[in-house]
Write a protein that binds this ligand. Structure first.
Ligand SMILES: *Cc1c(COP(=O)(O)O)cnc(C)c1O
Length: 449
């Protein structure tokens, strides 16, 4: 328990049925007949309640949440400050459309993001609903402002599921296969991936290789933007070697290329700083944000250099729901909670506990090839012992085993062999320790099969 946080639900793992229980099984049956088959779910239980570090299912099982609904509920899924801000705003108006009758919440979120994001230059912000939409619009604005068309994205990148963002995303299955053709003008460059790169390669060397390739394949004068996740999310929590991001950002600045940091997953205290770019002092020209921004309410943002975002003609950016007033109220409350509870510091503590536990498991089992990440965004890459060969089947089995014992664990990675841990930042120490023990047990059990 954390004494500065009050929880509504008991912070404990408690199973009263097998998972999935009968009511979840019943819902799964209804779902099969009603919901499109293309939507997947990682865990076969249906949620009834959630708070702090637990999710309670419709059968009354209390599960430990080590995924935060994919890095979203950093302040918890029922932060009292967010809940009351949402209720208050919904009691007044749920929508007017900022493009019709604007309101203060949108402006206040923009002011707040302009202040929180890296760099002290003059900034502007525009709000949307999803991460993909933020990425789309960052690229739109970068192309218009530069008058150039080419965009560079990286290997292992994930930027969303709309047409342009599928094009930017690296992994075919399940995100792209069968959904083409994709937007043009996208070039893919190698990512710094220290675990799999030649030993001893520095971040700067990896960046120089990218720059050389851009020069031969595109030419800086045709390049509008370079978009990169400072720590890759879906791609496997890949942390580039130190120097990679600063070298690319500096080159981009010299050549008038818009450097876009996609911090949709890494943003808002998750990595132990407000943003992952802060760690190496990288100041992006534009930053895309979503996931953790509003305590679970749908909201996304692009914050960037005023000259870039003000270059777009009035009416060129927007959307019916973008910057919804209820979501804006939630964001302001969630950001307050992050400050009040010092969740960036807490993210570092959580990360240290996770790494310590995973190191033990690595020594005991031999199936963890790499432990990486930053703050409360930590991954274990699972491999066949003594090699760096990805062990996808083991990874799936580990996640299923942990879930069977009441711990929500997510996987990711280009090779599907990465266990990713991103608990709510309000999780208590005992609950986290219990969740990690279950995971450790799951890895040991499944690896011994
Ligand atoms: C999740 C994610 C997106 C897409 O966000 P949606 O809200 O799902 O559209 C884009 N970029 C990154 C880095 C992400 O992790």
């Amino acid at each position: 328990m954390r004494d500065d946080i009050t929880y509504r639900l008991p912070q404990q793992r408690r199973l009263v049925t097998e998972l999935p229980g009968p009511r979840s099984a019943e819902l799964a049956d209804r779902r099969r007949r009603a919901v499109a088959g293309g939507v997947g779910s990682s865990v076969p239980v249906y949620a009834a309640d959630a708070d702090g570090g637990v999710i309670v299912d419709v059968d009354g099982n209390s599960l430990i949440d080590l995924g935060s609904g994919i890095a979203v509920t950093s302040v918890g899924a029922a932060d009292p400050a967010v809940a009351s801000a949402v209720a208050e705003q919904a009691g007044h108006f749920t929508h007017t459309c900022f493009m019709v009758t604007p309101y203060e919440g949108y402006v206040a979120v923009a002011e707040r993001l302009n202040r929180l994001t890296p760099g002290v230059h003059d900034k502007r912000t525009v709000l949307f609903n999803s991460g993909a939409e933020a990425v789309e619009n960052a690229v739109k604005a970068a192309r218009l402002a530069t008058g150039r068309e080419a965009v560079v994205a990286f290997e292992h990148a994930y930027h969303g599921r709309t047409n342009l963002t599928m094009g930017l995303t690296a992994k075919a299955m399940p995100y792209k296969t069968g959904f083409g053709p994709f937007a043009t003008g996208i070039y893919r460059m190698p990512m710094s991936y220290p675990y799999r790169d030649p030993a001893g390669q520095t971040g700067e060397e990896a960046a120089r290789a990218v720059i050389a390739r851009i020069n031969t394949q595109i030419g800086a004068a045709s390049l509008a933007a370079m978009i990169i996740e400072p720590i890759q999310g879906e791609g496997g929590f890949i942390v580039p070697a130190p120097g990679f991001l600063p070298t690319l950002a500096e080159w981009a600045r010299e050549h008038g290329v818009v450097f876009i940091a996609d911090e949709v997953q890494t943003g808002f205290a998750r990595t132990g700083d407000w943003f992952a770019c802060d760690h190496e002092g990288v100041v992006p020209d534009m930053i895309t944000m979503a996931k953790g921004i509003a305590g679970g309410m749908p909201l996304s943002a692009v914050t960037g250099r005023a000259d870039l975002l003000d270059a777009v003609h009035p009416g060129g950016l927007g959307g019916t729901y973008g910057g919804n007033p209820v979501s804006c109220a939630a964001a302001l409350a969630a950001l307050d909670s992050m400050e009040r509870h010092r969740l960036a510091d807490r993210a570092r503590e959580i990360g240290a506990s996770i790494v310590a536990r995973l190191e033990q498991v690595a020594a005991d089992t031999g199936v963890i090839g790499d432990i990486r990440g930053r703050g409360a965004m930590i991954a274990a890459e699972l491999v066949h012992p003594g090699t760096d060969e990805p062990w996808h089947e083991l990874t799936r089995a580990v996640a299923a085993e942990a879930q069977r014992h009441g711990v929500v664990v997510l996987t990711c990675g280009t090779y599907g062999n990465v266990i990713r841990l991103l608990p709510p930042l309000v999780i208590g120490d005992d609950l986290l320790a219990d969740g990690l023990n279950v995971l450790a047990e799951a890895i040991a059990t499944v690896a011994a099969r």
